[in-house]
Design a protein around this ligand. Structure first.
Ligand SMILES: [Zn+2]
Length: 376
């Protein structure tokens, strides 16, 4: 294992932060995987998973079993980890700018396409090498304006030429679920099965460039541009980037993290980055993939107490009670339910809701929204 330190542009006199990356195997040896945790700094289940991954990868490397290049970044957001207000960690938005730490990654498709379009040919693997080199060149040209910008550049530069990118997050209180690009679902399905994922939310454009999509969508953008320009060249979807939501913020435990790390290692075995004598067994998928545009958000119509009838990971039918909102002053009670039916994959983690607050999210198979599909 090698440890590399990447220094952020200093945002404030007297401070200097670093992202630490841990490298296993060797570059250009047989596939590359990049795994980061806690990009939202108040989401810590992935950090424990990363620690388990480091321990296991050290052992596997000593046994000569790491056959690709694997990079682990347990703390992707040192800026966010320094933020707290009166003892409460605030790791989702940068306090200086209000920016969500998982938005506004560079959209590289146009610049990369301009670099490669005259040189693409009949060999898909050759096209992949060409596009990856162009991605690296574009990222090397970035001039970071701020500390946050430099953090984005560092993370993208470590990840964007990888075959597999896993961004480990969590929701408030949730069943394990994943977000990935629609063209990537076939590649992602074995990972979702190994992780026991309860919902698989697919989109080609989630809005505002989250990290996973900034890494992966360059590939289908270039494929689409080639088709539009009449270029008959094969473009592989060469970056499987997945946001893995490791349940809820308080679900940090040895039992869960060791299980999740084992599932990720099995996926890397399936993909040939770790030597394996036998292929890992794939459990059945818990719930089919659904469009991110079908994620139904049940909101509190007025302020009040929240009492749930279901748990994250429960499948509900149309009209089945999900949660009551109770106003104890006017004795008003409303029962929230799904208009479509589906998997309740995440719920609020506070038993009080302001008017309009999101109380539960249901993965449904109906396309019910457009535009920016992710919550802030
Ligand atoms: Zn997150």
């Amino acid at each position: 294992m090698e440890r590399h330190e990447h220094t952020l542009k200093s945002g404030c006199l007297g401070t200097r932060r670093t992202v630490s990356s841990f490298h296993f195997g060797a570059p250009d040896s047989g596939g590359k995987a990049y795994i980061q945790a806690s990009l939202h700094a108040d989401e810590l289940p992935g950090m424990l998973v990363a620690w388990y991954l480091k321990r296991e990868l050290n052992r596997l490397e000593a046994e000569g079993c790491v056959t690709g290049e694997i990079i682990v970044v347990p703390q992707a957001n040192p800026i966010g980890h320094a933020q707290a207000l009166l003892g409460t960690p605030l790791g989702r938005f940068e306090l200086a700018s209000g920016n969500n730490f998982n938005r506004h990654y560079p959209r590289l498709s146009d610049a990369v396409y301009a670099r490669v379009k005259e040189r693409l040919g009949a060999d898909a693997a050759g096209n992949t090498r060409l596009i990856r080199a162009a991605i690296r060149s574009e990222l090397a040209l970035r001039e970071d304006e701020s500390e946050l910008d430099s953090q984005r550049t560092i993370l993208m530069s470590l990840a964007a030429d990888a075959d597999i990118v896993l961004d480990l997050h969590c929701d408030l209180h949730a069943a394990l679920h994943v977000y990935t690009g629609t063209p990537l679902w076939e590649q992602c399905a074995p990972l979702a099965r190994l992780l026991g994922s309860s919902a698989q939310l697919l989109a080609t454009e989630s809005g505002d460039e989250p990290f996973d999509e900034a890494c992966s969508q360059t590939w289908w953008h270039i494929r689409d541009r080639c088709l539009a320009d009449g270029l008959e060249v094969p473009i592989d979807m060469a970056c499987l980037a997945v946001t893995v939501e490791l349940r809820g913020q308080r679900q940090v435990s040895h039992a869960l993290a060791s299980r999740d790390a084992a599932a990720i290692l099995d996926f890397l075995r399936l993909r040939g980055l770790i030597h394996s004598a036998a292929a890992p067994l794939l459990p059945e998928l818990r719930f089919p993939a659904t469009p991110l545009a079908g994620s139904e958000n049940l909101k509190a119509p007025f302020p009040g107490l929240v009492c749930f009838h279901v748990e994250p990971g429960d499948v509900v039918t149309v009209g089945q009670p999900v949660a009551d909102i109770i106003d104890p002053l006017d004795d008003t009670v409303v029962t929230l339910s799904s208009a479509y039916g589906g998997m309740v994959y995440a719920v609020s983690n506070h038993p009080y809701a302001m008017a309009g607050a999101s109380v539960a999210k249901v993965a449904t198979n109906s396309v019910i929204k457009s535009g920016k599909l992710l919550s802030a």
